[in-house]
Design a protein around this ligand. Structure first.
Ligand code: ZN
Length: 282
C-alpha cells in the first residue's frame, strides 16, 4: 500500500506510554483467544459499556499528545485516517471526523475502561476510535491475519465505518431494534449486520482512497487480497472453530469469514455506501 506521501490529519491523540492502567495480572497475554475472537475488530458498540465495566480497571488518565505522531506506525494511522475522512467527507453531508486515540494496554474511554485485548474499537458516546497498535501484531501471529499495511488500514477503516453508522443514525436505530429483540440470537443478527456494513464501508473507503489523495494513498497490486485474507481470518466461524473447536451460529456477532470477505469486496467493487445494505433481510 502506498501512503508515505499522504497528508497527515494531525488529529491523533497519542496516549502511548502513559500507563493508563491494566488488568490485574493483565496484558493481552492473559486473555484467552476466545475473548480476542469475540472482540476482534471492535466489540459490539451496544455492549461496550457493559463489557468494559465487567473487565474493570482504573487508573488516572491524562490527555495524550495531539498531532501527528513521529513514529511510523503512528504516522500511518494519521495518514490513513485523514484519507478515510477525505473519502467520507465527499460522500456524506455534514461529515465530521471521529477522534482517534492510540493507547497501550488500557485507557479510559467514553464507554468505560478500554483494554487492548478488546481489539480496536469505536465508542459512539465520545465518537472516538481506540487503537492499541500491538493488536496488529496479535492479529497476525495469533489469528493468521495479514500483516500487510492494507490489512491494517482495513482495521482502521472498519472502525471509521462504525463512526459513519453513528453519524447516519444507524447505530441508534439498531440499538432500539436490539432492545426489542426477543432473544440473544436475534440481537446478535443485528450485530452481524452492523459489523458487515462496517466491512463494506471499509471497502468503500479503499475504492476511493487514491482519488481522494491524488494517488498518494493507494492500494497496490495484491493489497486487496491481503485485506480479504484478514477478513477471512476474523470471521466468527473461523474464530469459534479455532477457540472452541465448534461453531455456534446463534453466537455470531461479526459474520462468517465468507460474509466478511463478501461485504468488504462489495464495498470495494461498488465504492458506493448505498450498496452496503446489510439490513435488507430484516
Ligand atoms: Zn466492528
Amino acid at each position: 500500500m502506498r501512503w508515505m506521501g499522504g497528508r497527515g490529519g494531525g488529529g491523533v491523540e497519542d496516549r502511548r506510554g502513559m500507563g493508563g492502567g491494566t488488568l490485574a495480572g493483565g496484558g493481552i497475554g492473559a486473555i484467552a483467544i476466545a475473548l480476542i475472537g469475540y472482540f476482534v475488530f471492535g466489540i459490539d458498540p451496544f455492549t461496550t459499556e457493559q463489557i468494559v465495566s465487567q473487565i474493570g480497571g482504573t487508573g488516572v488518565q491524562e490527555e495524550g499528545k495531539r498531532g501527528t505522531p513521529e513514529d511510523q506506525a503512528g504516522r500511518f494511522v494519521d495518514v490513513v485516517g485523514a484519507n478515510i475522512n477525505d473519502v467520507w467527507s465527499a460522500k456524506i453531508d455534514g461529515y465530521e471526523p471521529p477522534r482517534v486515540v492510540l493507547y497501550e494496554q488500557g485507557t479510559r474511554t467514553g464507554c468505560g475502561f478500554g483494554q487492548s485485548a478488546m481489539g480496536p474499537f469505536y465508542c459512539p458516546n465520545d465518537e472516538t476510535i481506540y487503537l492499541d497498535l500491538g493488536f496488529w501484531r496479535d492479529m497476525e501471529t495469533r489469528l493468521g491475519a495479514s500483516g500487510a499495511d492494507f490489512a491494517r488500514a482495513y482495521v482502521i477503516a472498519h472502525e471509521f465505518g462504525h463512526h459513519v453508522q453513528s453519524l447516519t443514525g444507524t447505530t441508534t436505530k439498531v440499538a432500539q431494534a436490539q432492545a426489542r429483540a426477543r432473544n440473544a440470537a436475534e440481537a446478535n443478527r443485528y450485530s452481524v449486520a452492523m459489523e458487515l456494513q462496517a466491512d463494506c464501508y471499509a471497502g468503500v473507503w479503499a475504492r476511493g482512497a487514491a482519488a481522494a489523495s491524488n494517488g498518494e494513498v493507494a492500494l497496490e497490486a495484491g493489497d486487496l487480497e491481503e485485506g480479504l485474507k484478514t477478513a477471512n481470518a476474523i470471521g466468527d466461524d473461523t474464530l469459534q472453530r479455532k477457540s472452541a473447536g465448534q461453531v455456534a451460529p446463534e453466537r455470531f456477532t461479526h459474520g462468517t469469514s465468507a460474509q466478511r470477505v463478501e461485504w468488504l469486496k462489495r464495498g470495494y467493487e461498488s465504492g458506493d455506501p448505498a450498496r452496503c445494505d446489510t439490513f435488507a433481510g430484516f
